[in-house]
Design a protein around this ligand. Structure first.
Ligand code: PEP
Ligand code: MG
Length: 403
């Protein structure tokens, strides 16, 4: 029933107005799945390769589609993904493009679920996946590679850890986003938005901490449950390998590695941060390990550019204690199978996994299902904006059993 009979690929628009790859997968019994590849701006050095969409589509049509049509079963995700890897023949999907690979991989999963008549999260996670839902990390202020002339730290993320349910958590993050806007207005600071819908004012990080801290407290009082916040420092983007320093340009501050470790540890302490992603350069496992040791269980220290959803890099990190959690972005590695393997390796070694969007997104909501299927504690997928609410609203529907 799930034998793949057609794979169609096309270019569609992403949220930045750039082209990206969309895939349709059709099965023998009429099952249908459609998915689109997201795209990063602050990409890790070791990510799978995203090719220009036109080239990725042409290469996938030539090398992957003939191996899938009439040959592979959409219900067998590992088989589909193994065929994608074999058709590509490289370690990093540089032939068919990780954008083509991930779109086909996710579309096949949806087609498989469609044939079964099951929601995608259930097809991926199984009947006994558990009762937990991920807490959304909502990007409320940001800069870095996602907005010019804004904060050095890429993302300030609201984390409604005490929310009684998904719906309240999603609305709490939107309320923090709105409160930030009010506080900026009170200070007379104008602001546009960055690529992920977060406010991107021309302020330094210290001011952003004050504002986000206050916004979180205000909303916490309103809703009556605990809201904390976290960061994606995206430190690889501010690291200067020649001087071996982290350059905070808007504040005019330069920190060496020891100072960076102390700075982040102090921030965790001062603001009771629940989550810190990429606090150090993507090549510095030792510095990551030092910070993780200092912070201990006070916060999740998460590797995004460090691990790039790659089990080899994660295994290296586990060996030295480089973090206590991993960010999972399917397009960083190319297939859902690879993403699942990374989550399994993380779980087996006491690491938490956080499923994540990219700064360039589409209406595709696959990651909401992936996060629920794998029982991860957090999903990072913005706070507002259509391509972000596509995932947040899907989470609400999943919790309401209405997908
Ligand atoms: C979502 C992120 O941004 P990008 O997609 O630009 O890598 C991130 O760095 O976690
Ligand atoms: Mg990141």
């Amino acid at each position: 029933m799930t034998l793949i009979t057609d794979v169609r690929l096309r270019r569609i628009l992403d949220s930045r107005g750039n082209p990206t790859v969309e895939a349709d997968v059709v099965t023998e019994s009429g099952g249908f799945g459609r998915a689109a590849a997201p795209s990063g701006a602050s990409t890790g050095e070791y990510e799978a390769i995203e090719r220009p969409p036109g080239e990725a589509i042409a290469a996938a049509r030539e090398h992957a589609v003939p191996r899938l049509v009439g040959e592979a079963y959409a219900g067998n995700q590992r088989e589909v993904d193994a065929i994608l890897r074999a058709a590509d023949g490289t370690n990093d999907f540089s032939k068919i493009g990780a954008n083509s690979a991930v779109a086909i991989s996710m579309a096949a999963a949806k087609a498989g679920a469609d044939v079964l008549g099951a929601p995608l999260f259930q097809h991926l996670g199984g009947t006994f996946r558990g009762e937990n839902f991920p807490i959304p990390l909502g990007n409320v202020v940001g800069g870095g590679e996602h907005a010019a002339d804004a904060t050095d730290i890429q993302e300030f993320l609201a984390a409604p850890v005490g929310a009684p349910n998904v719906e309240d958590a999603v609305f709490a993050n939107a309320a923090v986003h709105a409160a930030v806007s009010d506080l900026l207005a009170e200070r007379g600071v104008p602001s546009g938005k960055g690529d992920e819908g977060a406010w991107a004012p021309s302020i330094d990080d210290e001011t952003a901490f004050e504002i986000v801290d206050e916004a979180v407290s205000l909303v916490e009082d309103e809703v009556g449950f605990e809201i904390r916040f976290g960061l994606d420092v995206a430190a690889a983007e501010m690291y200067d390998a020649d001087s071996e320093t982290y350059e905070y340009e808007s504040a005019g501050i330069s920190r060496d590695t020891d100072e960076q470790i102390d700075y982040i540890a102090d921030l965790v302490d001062e603001y009771d941060l629940v989550y810190v992603e990429d606090p150090l350069d993507e090549n510095d496992y030792d510095a990551f390990a030092e910070l993780t040791d200092v912070v201990d269980s006070a916060a999740l220290i998460c590797g995004d550019d460090l691990f790039v959803t790659n089990t080899d890099r994660l295994a290296e990190g586990i060996d030295v204690g480089a973090a206590n959690s991993i960010l999972i972005k399917p397009n960083q590695i190319g297939t859902l199978t690879d993403a699942f393997d990374a989550i399994e390796l993380a779980t087996a070694n006491g690491y938490e996994s956080i499923v994540s969007h990219r700064s360039g997104e589409t209406e595709d909501a696959t990651i909401a299902h992936l996060a629920v299927a794998t029982d991860v504690p957090f999903i990072k997928t913005g706070a507002v904006g259509g391509e972000r609410t596509a995932k947040l609203n899907e989470l609400i529907r999943i919790a309401d059993d209405a997908t």
